[in-house]
Write a protein that binds this ligand. Structure first.
Ligand code: OOG
Ligand code: MG
Length: 262
């Protein structure tokens, strides 16, 4: 750790206020270039602690920057992990208020719900499939608190990997009913197709992203709990949205899920 406790608490408060007040900021590594990975996750943990203290509940976890398209779009090369709380979760077809957000983008994702906890190290695709109860279609709304979505990996980890809203839905399928690599993914904005992909875009197999999450948590003495929803990462590039937009995600065998921005 390169930062002291007080600095970590201050940065967490700063980033969370940006989220709650929908305003952007410069990336925190500009002022703290020596910040390390432990600092980055410690800031994220402190944001979570602040939310829990106000009564939030953790409903899931996310992996991000797990597809080549996303890594290329953001100019980075390693997956990152974050948390999902109840206030991020919106119902199928819900209206998302643009005013509460800075510069939101949507991503098509494959979501996992576990029937057994998963703990790394050594977690692999087979272990993930054995522990998965079902998979769902999910749209993640990301909203980096950093100006123009410009960040480095440590800054984005501290910012809880840009998490802000998500919806899961469609038809739940057991992992043995589908081939997660060849699942076709089609996202539409206002009736126009804006991105097309397949599950394999996510680390070769979306379950590999869940395994990477379990291995990441394992290093920190944590696990993926039963029942939590896990977003495995955007299959394609994220797409900007504004008030009036309607986004519909169709995933082969998993049906569709949609959001409206107002
Ligand atoms: C970071 C979050 C990325 C994904 O699915 O790749 C993410 C960002 O691009 O702002 O959630
Ligand atoms: Mg995502």
């Amino acid at each position: 750790m390169a930062l002291d406790k007080q600095t970590i608490a201050g940065l967490a408060e700063h980033l969370e206020s940006c989220e709650l007040q929908a305003r952007d900021t410069t990336k925190i590594t500009d002022d703290h270039p020596g910040m390390d990975w432990d600092d980055a996750y410690a800031i994220q943990d402190e944001i979570l602690r602040r939310k829990l203290a106000r009564g939030a509940r953790v409903v899931g976890l996310k992996a991000g920057l797990t597809s080549h398209a996303k890594m290329k779009q953001m100019g980075v090369d390693t997956p990152v992990f974050g948390f999902l709380v109840d206030s991020f979760c919106v119902p199928e077809g819900a209206e998302v208020k643009i005013k509460e957000l800075i510069h939101p983008k949507v991503e098509p994702e494959i979501a996992f719900v576990l029937k057994h906890a998963l703990r790394g190290p050594g977690c692999h695709i087979g272990a993930v499939l054995a522990a998965t109860d079902f998979v769902l279609a999910g749209i993640e709304v990301i909203d980096s608190r950093y100006r123009d979505f410009k960040f480095d990996l440590k800054s984005v980890v501290a910012d809880n990997t840009s998490a802000v809203r998500f919806v899961v839905g469609g038809r739940a399928m057991r992992p043995d009913q589908v081939d997660l690599r060849t699942l076709g993914v089609v996202m539409e904005k206002n009736g126009q197709i804006v991105s097309i992909g397949a599950g394999a875009a996510v680390l070769g197999h979306p379950a590999a992203a869940v395994a990477a999450l379990a291995n990441h948590l394992g290093k920190r003495g944590q696990e993926i709990p039963v029942g939590s929803v896990i977003l495995s990462g955007g299959v394609t590039e994220a797409v900007s949205v504004e008030a009036g937009d309607h986004v519909c995600l169709r995933i082969q065998h998993l049906g569709s899920v949609s959001l409206r921005f107002v």
